[in-house]
Ligand binder design. Structure first.
Ligand SMILES: [Ca+2]
Ligand SMILES: [Ca+2]
Ligand SMILES: [Ca+2]
Length: 264
């Protein structure tokens, strides 16, 4: 009796291990920061405006929103985009952030100001961003290299964004699948992502929020975008995966059961 129980106990242990590994992830929709304490402790700032000699940035959470803005007016850019951002410091090395969904409330204080959230983006600007370009009314899923995006992004569509309005922006990187949703606060959340893309260049890196402006359209001025209620969600457990784990365990138990019967 004891001998025949051992395979079942072993199977149960393996089942518990697999279930806990695949299906019982860390807390879902975990709050990263609501800035309600008025500071940005835990974030690592990066002022690309300063590093490239274009200007300098302010990072200010005293309003209980995280405002990333330029210190004064910025010049028209000759090309590409520039800005400032911050990454959630633990996310740079914590593998929990390699797969999942970042969500943040975003708004723009001026017409030149755009914003992105990013996943798997390292401190040198290599990774994925999910961008809301207020200046040209377009949203992008993009792969950045040294903070420079691909022409046209991995995927993009027109989307009307209004200065002063609040939006929820959501970026997702699960395996090689990238997806983005955006909607105005108060509107219904879209049932499916507006943008999807497949890319396997980057499999880990940090969670970011950033404000930026671009050479298109060729305008300078004050850069200012604000962020709030940043959350990160690990992937939903896949019912297919649950089924697969179940089948593997049942097969393994049957196999062990028949081999133990042969031994007795
Ligand atoms: Ca807040
Ligand atoms: Ca804080
Ligand atoms: Ca706009």
């Amino acid at each position: 009796m004891r001998q025949t129980m051992i395979p079942y106990l072993g199977a149960a242990a393996i089942t518990i291990f697999l279930v806990s590994f695949f299906i019982a992830p860390p807390a879902r929709g975990e709050l990263i920061d609501d800035f309600n304490d008025g500071n940005d402790d835990g974030w690592t700032r990066l002022d690309l405006l300063d590093l490239t000699g274009v200007g300098s940035a302010n990072f200010d959470a005293s309003s209980t929103q995280y405002v990333i803005s330029s210190d004064g007016e910025l010049p028209v850019l000759p090309e590409a985009c520039n800005g400032a951002g911050a990454f959630w410091t633990p996310s740079l090395t914590d593998p929990q952030f390699a797969n999942g969904t970042v969500r943040a409330k975003v708004s723009f204080d001026t017409d030149i100001s755009n914003a992105f959230v990013a996943l798997r983006l390292d401190a040198a600007g290599n990774g994925y961003d999910f961008a809301a370009n207020n200046a040209v009314d377009r949203i992008f899923v993009d792969r950045l290299a040294g903070f420079v995006g691909l022409p046209g992004g991995l995927s993009s569509i027109p989307f009307t964004l209004e200065t002063g309005e609040e939006y929820i922006i959501e970026g997702s990187a699960i395996g090689s699948q990238l997806a983005m949703k955006i909607w105005k606060v108060g509107d219904a959340e879209p049932a499916t992502p507006q943008l999807m893309a497949t890319d396997d260049t980057h499999d880990s890196g940090a969670l970011w929020v950033a404000a930026y402006y671009c050479a298109n359209p060729p305008v300078g001025g004050q850069l200012s975008a604000r962020f709030d209620d940043v959350t990160f969600t690990v992937p939903e457990p896949s019912s297919a995966l649950i089924a697969m784990v179940g089948c593997v365990c049942v097969s393994w138990m049957r196999c062990r059961s028949s081999s133990s019967r042969r031994r007795t």
